[in-house]
Design a protein around this ligand. Structure first.
Ligand SMILES: Cc1cc2nc3c(=O)[nH]c(=O)nc-3n(C[C@H](O)[C@H](O)[C@H](O)COP(=O)(O)O)c2cc1C
Length: 190
């Protein structure tokens, strides 16, 4: 893992960002070079879960790198072949929908498009309340796409949120190792 450069993108599933930061810390501890990426809403917005400036600071401290947060900032990932792998954790229903439909209007969707152009792996950690409704077909479409892998996910509260699913952020390292070998870790559904 040490010699790898990974992109690590955060999308606006704000309630899962603290789990994602724990995973990011664990990856950084392996010594890999990590380029952080934030979707515009994550980079700019305060919510009851996160304060944007302190989040930016923490992510910079963990990775030691500046955060890519614009389309133009993410574009060189393609031509300069900056990454070995790109992790999107958390990946929102919004970003999943865009990726499944070829829409590229954020730092994260640009990073994925640029990286896939180089035929290298993308690893998605889904967290969305509509995973089993509006986003289901988009997730299915992405599962069928070359070089796209998923962190295992499951329903987080089948009774009160029957269409919600969330990735197991603890499985990111294992899923990453598999993705780098061109494999999807199984079982994909926890
Ligand atoms: C407090 C808060 C929590 C949210 N949690 C989620 C979530 O867990 N999953 C999700 O798909 N969207 C969630 N959203 C909505 C996304 O942030 C919104 O769709 C946004 O446009 C996503 O942009 P991005 O995909 O570029 O990050 C949440 C929004 C707010 C304000």
């Amino acid at each position: 893992m040490k010699e790898i450069t990974a992109g690590y993108a955060l999308c606006g599933s704000f309630c899962t960002i603290s789990d994602s930061l724990s995973a990011l810390r664990n990856l950084a501890a392996t010594g890999m070079n990590i380029i952080p990426i934030m979707s515009p809403i994550v980079y700019n917005t305060d919510t009851r879960f996160t304060e944007h400036l302190s989040l930016q600071k923490r992510v910079k401290e963990i990775t030691g790198n500046d955060i890519i947060h614009t389309v133009e900032g993410a574009e060189p990932i393609g031509p300069r072949k900056l990454l070995d792998v790109l992790i999107v954790a958390p990946c929102t229903g919004n970003t999943i929908g865009k990726l499944a439909n070829g829409i590229t209007d954020t730092s994260v969707t640009m990073a994925v498009k640029a990286h896939l152009r180089n035929q290298k792996p993308v690893l998605l950690a889904v967290a969305t309340n509509d995973a089993l409704s509006a986003s289901a077909r988009n997730i299915g479409q992405l599962m069928n796409l070359k070089n796209v892998y998923f962190v295992p996910f499951s329903q987080d509260n089948a009774i009160s949120k029957p269409t919600s699913m969330i990735a197991d952020f603890n499985k990111i390292p294992e899923a990453l190792e598999a993705a780098l070998e061109g494999r999807q870790i199984q079982p994909i559904l926890n």
